[in-house]
Design a protein around this ligand. Structure first.
Ligand code: PEP
Ligand code: MN
Length: 340
């Protein structure tokens, strides 16, 4: 249920509604934006709306027929902004997460971190536990990879994002990372989502490769109901009949998700296309339609990458893309292309 308070309602009115809700065993979530709204979780559909409509200061109380609630913009109208040290994600910023698909060596991650920082990136990515299609493919350097990733990020004053594949690795990954990444293959691993959710640490939830928008939002609800208020969605392409690209990047998902959820929504055009030559154009498409940021793969020598070489940018391509994004950002600021 959602309760909208009147513009002239008082703090006493609000307190009365919250107390009444708690007495009924409902969990209130108060949003103090331009208009005060209260999201109520656990309200049975047959509970009378008028119970709240009759309280002083209430403009409207209405059942909401959604299977996800804490994640929904209806329950939380204003943008959630995630602050990690000096990096702000959401609320009009554009954050760049970049780095190799897999951490491979000290030299590789150091050189990449330097390039990411100099070009204006804020967050260093790099996989240490890799979800590879073939068990014979490179599986990642595991804890040694995490150490190298953190060392490189610290050396260049970047934050760290890396994938946690398994509950068993939560502790070790948590020691090194600023942001947990839940990969496409694990989007509906509900026990992993609950375990990560309990930590209430910044978490990127990638879209599953065959997941609908509703399934994605519901997956996030496992994080939010477990206590995580720092979710970031990342569109990374879905599987379609098309074979020229690795996945089909659903660019429309960005503005749509921004309507449906208050959490930041980012784009990953590397996994979304599987082709390095499509990464910059799709990064710009993401920025143009309101994405809160970007994740790309960068490698000193993509031809020799141990994973995802074909979609990895070399340093020149990365620098060029960052420059193009800068031009686009300025153009959008002038043109107000998002209609705001
Ligand atoms: C990755 O980021 O390297 C990765 C494996 O991504 P996804 O889960 O989107 O396939
Ligand atoms: Mn990858």
């Amino acid at each position: 249920m959602i309760i909208v308070m009147k513009e002239n309602s008082t703090t006493e009115n609000l307190a009365e509604v919250v107390t009444a809700a708690k007495k009924q065993g409902f969990i209130p979530q108060i949003n103090e934006g331009k208009q005060i709204t209260i999201g109520l979780i656990n309200v049975p559909q047959n509970f009378p709306e008028d119970f709240f409509n009759n309280l002083a200061g209430v403009k409207l109380a209405q059942h909401v027929n959604l299977t996800y609630k804490l994640t929904s913009r209806i329950f939380h109208p204003q943008d959630t902004i995630i602050q990690i040290k000096d990096v702000t994600i959401g609320g009009g910023t554009f954050t760049t997460m970049a780095g190799p698909c897999s951490v491979e060596s000290y030299d590789q991650i150091m050189a990449t971190a330097e390039t990411v920082k100099k070009a204006g990136g804020q967050i260093l990515r790099g996989g240490a536990y890799k979800p590879r299609t073939s068990p014979y493919a490179f599986q990642g350097l595991e804890e040694e990879g995490l150490e190298l990733l953190k060392q490189a990020a610290d050396a260049f004053d970047l934050l760290v994002v890396t994938e946690v594949m398994d509950q068993e690795h939560l502790d070790v990954v948590g020691q090194y990372t600023d942001i947990f990444q839940i990969g496409a293959r694990n989007m509906q691993n509900f026990s992993l989502l609950k375990a990560v959710g309990k930590l209430n640490r910044p978490t990127v939830l990638k879209r599953g490769m065959a997941a609908t928008i509703d399934e994605w939002l519901n997956a996030a609800e496992y994080l939010t109901t477990s206590g995580n208020q720092q979710v970031m969605f990342m569109e990374r392409g879905i599987r379609t009949f098309e074979t020229q690209t690795r996945n089909t990047l659903d660019v429309a998902a960005i503005p749509l998700m921004k309507k449906l959820t208050h959490f930041p929504v980012l784009i990953d055009p590397a996994h979304g296309t599987g082709r390095f030559d499509l990464v910059a154009p799709m990064a710009m498409a993401g920025m143009a339609c309101g994405s809160d940021g970007l994740m790309v793969e960068v490698h000193p020598n993509p031809a020799e990458a141990l994973s995802d070489g074909p979609q990895s940018l070399n340093f020149k391509h990365f620098n060029d893309m960052m420059q193009q994004l800068d031009y686009l950002k300025n153009a959008l600021a002038k043109g107000d292309a998002n209609g705001n």
